[in-house]
Ligand binder design. Sequence first.
Ligand code: CA
Ligand code: CA
Length: 266
Amino acid sequence: MKGITPVVAIILLLLVTISIVGFAMVFFQRNIQQTSLGGEQNLQNQIASASVIFDISSTYQDKVYVRNIGSGLLSDIKFYLNNQEMSSSPVSVPSGTVGEVTVSGLVISYNKPVVASYSPNFGSASLITNSVFAPEGTGWNNPAYAVSLNSAGSGTNLKIDIGSVRNANRVRIQADDNDNYMIEYSTDEFVWLPLYSVPFASGGGLRTRDSGMFVPVSARYIRIYAVSGDGSYSVSELEVYVALTKGAGTLKACASSICKEINLDA
Ligand SMILES: [Ca+2]
Ligand SMILES: [Ca+2]
């Protein structure tokens, strides 16, 4: 083969070598940059988490008190009750202070069995614990959302079994607007005590009423019946909230991958 002289071959070889070395240098440089960036990020994360030191000092009903014993501002905490995440109010606790956080959203009635003491004219009893509220103002007799209470009086009731005795401190109910209902609680299904007298509402159709916080009661069974109104009664949801008191289980708070737990039953 005559085409390529040794000199040209050497030049070609040199060019190939130079370009390989060049590519390799660019490649390694990028990797080194990425590695050092990653290292810096890790270090920053470590410093951030090292400055987050806190503990749960106490709880009351729906309030959690967290003490910031770290050097930085304590924010962005998540709360869990028995590993179920709760929603919570924004937190901003300066170093060396105790901050109050309101937690909510922990409903103990979801998907719990409901027994009707009668045969509903429309809807099914389980609709009141399926965690679905109708759009406000939905027709009172819409069977996709509401179950009828065929008449007034405690004998015509819907009864929820929470499954064990829990500390309830709030109920939220959606029911026909122009009626008064009674919610009662029991530990044994025999002795019933008043929990919340559901007031009349306005606006028409299914409307939500909220008891707000009350002093926790021990309850396993919750029942609702109509007291008075226009004779047309229905309920679409009944939420029972748990209080952060003895019997509630384990409360966990997590911030910057550090978690603290307290056993409320202890
Ligand atoms: Ca519902
Ligand atoms: Ca009504």
